[in-house]
Design a protein around this ligand. Structure first.
Ligand code: PEP
Ligand code: MN
Length: 361
């Protein structure tokens, strides 16, 4: 993608973008449920009403969405409240129906983003329209796959683009339904700073009690907004009941968000920040110097291991290092887990160095 500056212009036209909020039920269930939600969100900072019309369920037999009739309810909600509307599309037929019912934002679900064939089908289907397309991350932690999907829309002439971070599935159980893996959206943000980035805390959390925290983290990481599942009676929801919150709870959540200033900061603050950042830069220089020095010694050890025909990996020594350094870390307020991660990476690089040295004759 080139000229990515233009990616942001659609977004800047909205009134409430600090943060931009999309809310509404996981699934449209009944006309009453959708209209009630819309009316309760009408006088809030929410700009867009979401509702799943076709639900991609991991296993068959669960509620699979009300289908096209729900688009009529979305249309009615828009007429009555002035909220824009958003729904998920997963094939060209969905796109045709969504266009027919004047849906403003089409999002691509996590199970769809994984498939370049379907993404291409969707890109072809929206070609020539001026719809806003939001691409959710694929279920697996693969930045290239995510970006590839965005690029297919861009190449189809769609410039009103954005991405939604909804977390990544893992086999191991954790406190999240889908692990955030913040480093992936952060890398995406570094590479395409003009591509609007939204958080879907509902599908990351899979539960209500950590949604507020996730939203705050997103704001602190400069996300542009959030899409939050909201239902008038969450416990009775036909899908994703555990993670939906009431419109009232959503308003409270919004009121509790701390929106950090990006402009209008004082000169004092800027100076102080600069001083701290300079210090960090110097420490980072030292870290690289020290690592390079360590690798030089590792190379020397490789030489003598080669001359004495000794194996590269010495488990006992490696365990001693880990023990000593994790203890030192804990003494200095650095977590054991972090020290282990760093030292595993250092050890791998050391092994690679020695392999090279020992391969040389
Ligand atoms: C949804 O937004 O309701 C949904 C199905 O999300 P995802 O594609 O992220 O699982
Ligand atoms: Mn859902």
């Amino acid at each position: 993608m080139q000229n990515t500056k233009s990616l942001r212009s659609w977004f800047n036209e909205f009134k409430n973008i600090n943060p931009f909020l999309i809310a509404g039920p996981c699934s449209a269930e009944t006309e009453e449920q959708l209209l009630t939600t819309a009316h309760e969100l009408k006088d809030s900072d929410v700009s867009v009403l979401r509702a799943g019309i076709w639900k991609p369920r991991t296993r068959p037999g669960n509620f699979e969405g009300v289908g096209a009739i729900g688009l009529k309810w979305l249309q009615k909600a828009k007429q009555e409240t002035g909220l824009l509307t958003a729904t998920e599309v997963a094939n060209a037929h969905h796109v045709a129906l969504a266009l027919e019912h004047d849906v403003d934002i089409l999002w691509i679900g996590a199970r769809t983003t994984v498939s370049p064939f379907i993404v291409q089908e969707l890109a072809d289907a929206v070609k020539g329209t001026d719809k806003i397309i939001l691409v959710k991350n694929p279920v697996n932690p693969d930045l290239a796959l995510w970006l590839g999907a965005v690029e297919r829309f861009y190449e189809a002439g769609i410039t009103k683009l954005g991405v939604i971070h909804r977390g990544f599935s893992t086999y191991e159980k954790s406190k999240y339904r889908n692990n955030p893996e913040w480093q992936i959206p952060i890398e995406l943000q570094n590479r395409f700073p003009d591509l609007p980035l939204f958080l879907d805390p509902s599908h990351i959390a899979g539960r209500r009690d950590i949604i507020q925290d996730l939203c705050q983290t997103a704001l602190d990481l400069n996300y542009d907004g959030m899409m939050i599942e909201t239902h008038p009676n969450p416990d009775a929801a036909w899908s994703d009941a555990e993670q939906q919150i009431t419109p009232e709870a959503l308003k409270e959540l919004i009121a509790n968000l701390v929106v950090r200033n990006t402009e209008g900061q004082t000169a004092d603050y800027q100076n102080e920040l600069k001083t701290f950042r300079n210090r960090i830069d110097r420490i980072d220089d030292q870290i690289i110097d020290l690592l390079a020095n360590r690798m030089k010694i590792v190379d020397d050890i490789g030489e003598i291991k080669r001359e004495n025909n000794v194996a590269i990996l010495q488990v006992k020594r490696w365990n001693e290092i880990l023990k000593r350094m994790t203890a030192a870390g804990v003494m200095n307020g650095v977590s054991e887990e972090f020290v282990l991660r760093v030292y595993k990476a250092i050890h791998q690089e050391s092994i690679d160095h020695q392999k090279k040295v020992m391969g040389e004759k």
